[in-house]
Design a binder for this molecule. Structure first.
Ligand code: B12
Length: 243
């Protein structure tokens, strides 16, 4: 099965769940990460597919999932659990391939992320990753805690990276390399984006900092869910309000 038909099949499977897929090659990713510890240990032409959740995922995937679960074990964030279960099921749809699944929150033994999803998102053309180097002159020169942020041309910051499937058995040297759209092009907007993301992220405002209108935002219900501490999310679901 070619990389294109695999991507098409995946797209068909996930679209009505509020997820989107973006193929990339391991080599594109490894060429960008500037520390060996983050490189992925696969041949450079190996096909990988990044998954993001759009604002619709909450209603299309998560709510039906919580409705079908009578109880929760308390040590997991229900949403992470839901997505992991869904992606594990997705892997099983490709029995002819060896597929590794890496979730966005997975860490190695030294507590380093196994996959830098923002870098993956950039090389896959999903969302432009704005890092300090993109800022030019800025007021946070001595502040090493100003983190970079990815912005999607349709959803702005109203999305999340969920993980990647690595198709170990598929080498795709001809895969078309799509580049991310620079949807925060001006210096002024980039400064605002960094300020909002790093200093006011609880207010959601950074998510709207793109050129043009965002197509869709999280519902009020979804915002309440994410604003609730992970340890209290089970209670929120159990109470039936609002999820
Ligand atoms: C650890 C972590 C945190 C930590 C530290 C943040 C950080 N960025 O280091 C803390 C707890 C502070 C945090 C907070 C938040 N986080 Co956080 N976090 C992560 C996590 C798990 C790992 C990030 C990390 O450690 N990166 C390691 C560093 C070294 O990577 P790096 O800086 O990108 O460096 C690499 C690149 O520069 C690359 N590189 C070098 N040159 C070039 C050139 C190019 C062109 C490219 C593309 C790459 C590249 O090489 C470097 C590595 O060698 C990611 C998920 C993930 N798996 O990636 C989410 C993630 C970054 N967090 C996210 C979010 C939303 C948040 C919060 C808003 C809270 C929340 N969850 O709602 C806050 C906001 C930030 C803040 N100021 O508080 C989102 C960001 C989404 C987006 N639109 O970008 C992510 C991606 C999670 C997700 N699933 O979507 N987070």
């Amino acid at each position: 099965m070619s990389a294109e038909s695999l991507t098409e099949e995946l797209t068909a499977l996930v679209t009505n769940k509020g997820l989107e897929v973006y193929p990339f090659l391991v080599g594109w990713y490894n060429d960008q990460v500037n520390s060996d510890v983050f490189k992925l240990s696969y041949p450079p032409d190996t096909l990988a597919v990044l998954l993001i959740s759009t604002p619709d995922m909450f209603e299309l995937l998560f709510k039906p999932y919580t409705a079908s679960k009578p109880s929760w074990s308390v040590d997991n964030d229900p949403l992470d659990y839901c997505i992991k279960e869904y992606l594990t099921g997705l892997v099983k749809k490709f029995p002819a391939h060896q597929v590794d699944l890496i979730m966005d929150y997975e860490m190695d033994a030294l507590r380093r992320p196994k996959l830098l999803v923002q870098t993956a998102g950039h090389v896959a053309g999903a969302a432009y990753y704005y890092q300090r180097e993109c800022l030019g002159e800025h007021p946070w020169i001595n502040d090493n805690t100003m983190y970079g942020v990815s912005m999607h041309p349709k959803y702005g910051g109203w999305f999340a990276f969920r993980g990647a499937l690595i198709f170990r058995t598929v080498l795709a040297p001809q895969l078309e390399h799509r580049y991310p759209i620079d949807c925060v092009p001006s210096h002024e907007m980039r400064l605002k984006l960094f300020d909002e993301f790093n200093h006011h992220w609880r207010e959601w405002s950074y998510r709207d900092v793109i050129q043009g209108q965002v197509e869709k935002r999280y519902s009020e219900e979804q915002k309440i869910y994410f604003a609730t501490l992970p340890c209290n999310r089970h209670e929120l679901i159990a109470s039936g309000t609002p999820v």
